[in-house]
Design a protein around this ligand. Structure first.
Ligand code: AKG
Length: 338
């Protein structure tokens, strides 16, 4: 008890000085980021709640002009209630057909990196140095696209500019949100095994204080094709036996939670889901076909993990360069033009 309190105080000091550096320079010292992760566990998420309240006060929600072509404003209160209570929400609306078609086409042609084993025991996996178009004949659980390529895609730019996602994020985060991550990857069967580096074992994310991930299924997802699995209600306080950072085996998770809380999120191509991945989640290992998924994350602070920034590209369409220039705070991952 006393040891815990002392450790908490020590970590709080490290995070506090990390916040000062972050305010001054924009980056987060590695030790402050790790201390934030440890504080989440030491306080069972209360630290994140306290800091989020402060961020809401410093960067309150603001009016977001415009209308969404995808998310109805009337759906936002239900979405936010469900994310808060269950940890996730499946939107009634899905991606328009032409958007879906264009993203799948992109996923098939745009060079990506394959997750490969870096040792003979197949324990450590990393993304390949070379990029090439997705090839399902290559044995690997995951093929991942670079953020810089994704942000340069006009269809993804349209989604980033869509105010619907931003409104959901703002209502959930209770503060002016920041775009901090764009990712897309193919998953495919790989020996029926759960791969840790393909996020196929239960874990919670803790790269930032508070955030919401939008998942876009770009292929049909059923129980055999890698549904996103989520333990309903696990984004709040966690039972002691699983309150630790790292990957956790299914058995242990299922002992700590009830059968009814286990959810496989299935849905046709075009399904849109908002997830608080501070709750326990994983991608189920695939048994057949493949899954293409796009992910956009919004957060209440860039304090935390360091992601490679996306350089500004003046050759992007004018509406997107204007968007980046006019809203530098929101587009947290994109570097501003000189
Ligand atoms: O592939 C999945 O469904 C899991 C993804 C995941 O763990 C994450 O994005 O944090």
């Amino acid at each position: 008890m006393i040891k815990n309190a002392l450790e908490t105080i020590n970590k709080l000091k490290v995070v506090r000085s990390g916040f000062r550096v972050h305010r001054r320079r924009g980056d987060t010292p590695a030790e402050a980021y790790h201390a934030m992760r440890q504080l989440y566990v030491l306080t069972n998420g209360r630290f994140n709640d306290w800091v989020s309240r402060y961020i809401s006060y410093k960067h309150p929600a603001k009016k977001i002009e415009g209308s969404s072509s995808i998310i109805a404003d009337t759906e936002i209160p239900d979405a936010v209630n469900a994310i808060e209570k269950d940890g996730y929400y499946i939107f009634k609306s899905s991606l328009p057909d032409e958007v879906l078609r264009s993203l799948v086409e992109y996923g098939k042609n745009q060079p990506c990196r394959v997750l490969v084993s870096k040792d003979s025991n197949a324990v450590n996996f990393a993304l390949s140095d070379e990029k090439f178009p997705y090839d399902p004949n290559i044995e690997s659980p995951k093929f991942s696209f670079d953020a810089i390529d994704l942000v340069s895609n006009p269809t993804i730019q349209m989604l980033l500019m869509d105010v619907g996602f931003r409104r959901v994020a703002q209502a959930f985060l209770r503060s002016d949100p920041l775009l901090d991550l764009v990712a897309m990857w193919w998953s495919q069967p790989s020996g029926g095994m759960a791969h840790s580096s393909a996020a196929q074992l239960y874990h919670f994310d803790m790269d930032r204080i508070k955030f919401v991930k939008f998942f876009f299924y770009l292929t049909d997802v059923d129980t055999d094709t890698g549904p996103h699995c989520y333990i309903r209600g696990s984004s709040k306080r966690k039972p002691k036996q699983v309150l630790r950072d790292g990957r956790i085996k299914d058995d242990e998770i299922m002992e700590a939670y009830s059968e009814e809380q286990y959810t496989e999120i299935c849905g046709p191509a075009g399904t849109i889901i908002a997830v608080d991945t501070r709750g326990f989640h994983k991608g189920k290992p695939l048994l057949q076909r493949n899954r293409l998924l796009l992910q956009i994350e919004m957060t209440n602070s860039m304090f935390g993990a360091t992601y490679a920034p996306v350089p500004f590209d003046p050759s992007w369409p004018e509406d997107f360069t204007d968007f980046v220039r006019n809203d530098p705070r929101f587009v947290g991952i994109i570097q501003q033009p000189e």
